[in-house]
Design a protein around this ligand. Structure first.
Ligand SMILES: O=C(O)CCC(=O)C(=O)O
Ligand SMILES: [Fe+2]
Length: 806
């Protein structure tokens, strides 16, 4: 398991258009490694070592943080301090996966000699080094090495060091067993420390350190790693999405949990990503000792320890064989291929998603205008369907061909890309179905009036007219579901939520402005000061305060809690609407009663989802995609709950107020554009107050960019516009009633596609919500009938005739 040559660069191609493979081969052929280049006096590093530009931009955005890797004193480990040390190691391994130890029993002289030995070995003549190890120019020793084979330059020191580190490893495995609540020998009995491999790194000073990495980000394929580093520094560990320096301590050693311990502890202990940044000073020397389990033949199988799994805590991993795992890890050499797909897939996704957004915009327009635009019929539906099929095809092909991605972390980015491709496929498919439906319903301007009359009289068209708002609201919920996953990915990636809200609304304002300006030129009422203030308040309620509180609350509670709580928005809106007499409520009629009971049942369902967990449902489904999630810290439940409730209240008021403002300002596109613009400005002011770091405002051309575009164009632009239309048609209660669909869709996708846990309580809650929703819908049909009677015709079939004042 020789991890890498010293000074391993990031392997991703910075851009296409040059022969990376050839340059790599030429470099390998020199057999002198990175040190050879430095010795030759290079001023600019070769392109193969330059990191991709998006990573470099990201790096510039990285904020300095004040995190400190835990430092543990192992003095008296066998005596009075043991319990304290066990607790400290447990906390450090669960939260950081990394810690430093001092007073570990290895004499300072042994550590210093080991480092000097590695330095001497690397600084001897290249030809001498080649004799010993032409492959990676580092003095790696595997568990069954013959001491005679060790290079003379570091033989003595290495043997001494190995002896000490192995016994420290034994001591640490005992402590970790106890930290897991197992008997002291448990991990030793499993032969976790069986085979230990030593890899020495020598990082020469780099002429352009800001463009490359010493060792690219990875987690260790081992149970445990003990790392000795000199005083130069450069090792960093990823903690809460930020890179934290592991500052060298004289006489200290770095210990980190590897992938295998994460697996057998069933994710109780974390194997986290780390890397080494390049430096202009040096050389830097480090020695990693990997404890990689039993070396027995046939290989021993490892999986989650049975004492650590229960009904509540089902196994998260299947058993694996160490050699197989290494083969997969080595397939990282195949990494080039994976990296290529990683690069390709997000681009496929971006392309498809934008086509889809365009398709869905057409759908929404067509649905509202009741015509298939001016396209000759199939022209719209066919390419959309073709795109859907093509993206599905590519998704399946790539997923199947590279199906070895189940194991997790080696290709998180790739998996995320597959997830996105899949979502875009689902949405494109829905979009094309709507197109086909519209075609089938014959709702085109081009057909003759007689033919139109026949079509309109048909059952299909009648159904379409009646259920148009329902259909639009379901599409809106699908849009929100996608929003949920894409923003989560972007926040995990490090985007600041308040910056996101600001940018998203500015994007939306820019996109909506031309449509609003030209299409509503004639019908837009004059914007008086009063109206301006009203719209400002509307933006404050719906955009800046609601969303900023919402995202802030996500930080303090959990996504499930927040998602469930937001389902109360429908009931809250209903109550406020009744109080303001926007919603009629006649308890003498069955339908009136159904509205009240439906609201209560909805609330009961949501409460069940929130409060009753129940047993975990066995995942009969092998997860299609294994997404790696960053666990959020949930520290302030009280603060979080207050923020959540606050955002639900302002949200409900927003829905209600929209209905009121629409009566005075019936230009929907203009209202959407104004709300986004003013909301964006308010949010910017808020963000400047809470977020002082300038770097947070810079986003790269990556997931952050796409989530902003998606949120701005599709959600704050298109879907808010569609919702305004539905609010005008059916009232605010109708619009909010569909919110629970998002929760159900999110839970469903998380369970079936991402293989997440699903609790019985959530399923029962969801069923209750649906029942309540159905009752409310049925109750609200009565309003429609009353309207029809008073107006003499069905409301939803006459939006055009009613004109802009609706
Ligand atoms: O050189 C270092 O400090 C870290 C090396 C490392 O992470 C590894 O060998 O796995
Ligand atoms: Fe490592």
């Amino acid at each position: 398991m020789e991890i890498s040559a010293a000074g391993e660069p990031s392997t991703q191609t910075a851009s296409t258009g040059y022969d990376r493979a050839q340059e790599l081969k030429a470099f390998d052929d020199t057999e002198a490694g990175v040190k050879g280049l430095v010795d030759a006096g290079i001023v600019n590093i070769p392109r193969i070592f330059i990191r991709p530009s998006d990573e470099l931009v990201e790096e510039l955005n990285c904020q300095k943080n004040s995190f400190q890797v835990p430092l543990l004193d192992l003095d008296e480990i066998k005596g009075s301090n043991r319990e304290e040390i066990v607790n400290q190691i447990r906390t450090a391994s669960e939260t950081w996966g990394f810690f430093q130890v001092v007073n570990h029993g290895i004499p300072l002289k042994v550590l210093e000699d080991m480092i000097q030995g590695v330095r001497d070995f690397n600084e001897q003549d290249v030809e001498m080094k080649k004799e010993w190890d032409t492959l990676n120019l580092s003095c790696s020793v595997s568990h069954n090495f013959d001491p005679e084979e060790l290079p003379a330059a570091c033989r003595e020191t290495t043997l001494e060091y190995i002896k000490h580190v192995r016994s420290l490893g034994d001591a640490l495995f005992e402590i970790i067993s106890e930290a897991l609540g197992l008997k002291s020998e448990h991990l030793q009995d499993m032969e976790c420390g069986g085979a230990s491999t030593f890899v020495c790194h020598y990082y020469p000073p780099c002429p352009e350190p800001e463009l490359t990495l010493g060792t690219s980000s990875h987690s260790d394929p081992a149970f445990l790693t003990i790392l000795l580093q000199d005083q130069i520094g450069g090792l960093q560990v990823l903690h809460q999405n930020q890179w934290v320096d592991v500052n060298p301590i004289s006489g200290g050693l770095v210990v980190n949990i590897g992938d295998f311990l994460q697996v057998i502890s069933n994710e109780k202990l974390k194997s986290v990503d780390h890397r080494v940044i390049a430096s202009g000073v040096g050389p830097r020397v480090s020695v990693a000792c990997f404890f990689a389990g039993s070396a027995a033949v046939p290989p021993r199988s490892y999986g989650p320890i049975k004492e650590l799994i229960s009904e509540e805590n089902p196994p998260l991993y299947q058993n694996f064989l160490v050699p197989e795992y290494f083969a997969k890890y080595a397939a990282e050499g195949l990494n080039r291929l994976l990296q290529f797909y990683c690069f390709l897939l997000p681009n496929c996704f971006d392309g498809f998603a934008s086509i889809w957004s365009f398709g869905l915009a057409l759908d929404a327009y067509a649905l509202i205008k009741k015509k298939v635009l001016h396209n000759p019929g199939l022209a719209t539906a066919t390419p959309v369907l073709a795109t859907a099929s093509a993206s599905a095809g590519i998704t399946v092909l790539i997923y199947n061909d590279l199906g070895h991605c189940h194991f997790g972390r080696e290709c998180g980015r790739f998996q995320l890309s597959v997830a996105f491709a899949l979502f875009s496929w689902i949405t494109i498919a829905i979009s094309s179905l709507i197109m086909l439906w519209l075609l089938a319903a014959g709702l085109s301007c081009e057909v003759s009036p007689a033919a139109m009359a026949v079509v309109k009289a048909s059952l299909f068209s009648g159904m379409y007219t009646k259920f148009k708002p329902h259909l639009l609201m379901i599409i809106a919920q699908i849009g929100y579901t996608f929003l949920y996953f894409i923003t989560e990915a972007s926040f995990n990636h490090g985007m600041n939520p308040h910056v996101y809200v600001t940018y998203r609304h500015i994007v939306s304002a820019i996109v909506m402005f031309p449509f609003a300006y030209f299409l509503e030129r004639k019908m837009r009422p004059k914007l008086t000061f009063d109206l301006f203030m009203e719209i400002s308040l509307l933006s404050f309620l719906g955009v800046s305060s609601t969303l900023n509180m919402y995202f802030a609350s996500l930080k303090y509670t959990s996504p499930t809690f927040v998602a469930s709580m937001t389902n109360t928005v429908a009931a809250l809106t209903f109550v406020i609407a009744v109080v303001l007499r926007l919603e009629t409520l006649d308890l003498r009629h069955a339908r009136g009663l159904a509205k009240v009971i439906g609201t209560v049942v909805c609330l009961a369902g949501v409460t069940t989802m929130t409060l009753y967990k129940g047993p975990i449902l066995k995942n009969l489904w092998h997860p299609l995609i294994h997404l790696q999630r960053t666990t959020a810290i949930h520290e302030h439940w009280l603060k979080g709950s207050i923020l959540t409730v606050g955002s639900c209240i302002t949200w409900s008021i927003w829905y209600i107020m929209q209905a009121i403002t629409l009566k005075r300002y019936p230009a929907r596109l203009s209202l959407t554009a104004w709300m986004s613009f003013l909301g964006g400005v308010q949010s910017a002011i808020f963000t400047v107050i809470v977020q002082h770091k300038q770097a947070a405002w810079t986003i790269g051309f990556n997931i952050d960019f796409w989530s902003t575009i998606y949120g701005g164009v599709v959600i704050s632009g298109l879907i808010v516009f569609v919702q305004l239309w539905c609010t005008e048609e059916k009232g605010p209660v109708f619009v909010t009633m569909f919110n629970p669909f998002t929760t159900i869709l999110v839970a469903g996708i998380a369970y079936f596609v991402l293989g997440e846990k699903l609790y019985l309580g959530s399923v029962i809650g969801a069923v209750i919500v649906i029942v309540g929703l159905y009752m409310l819908l049925w109750g609200k049909e009565a309003d429609q009938e009353v309207d029809s009677e008073t107006e003499g015709h069905s409301c939803s079939s006459c939006d055009e005739e009613k004109g802009p004042s609706g």
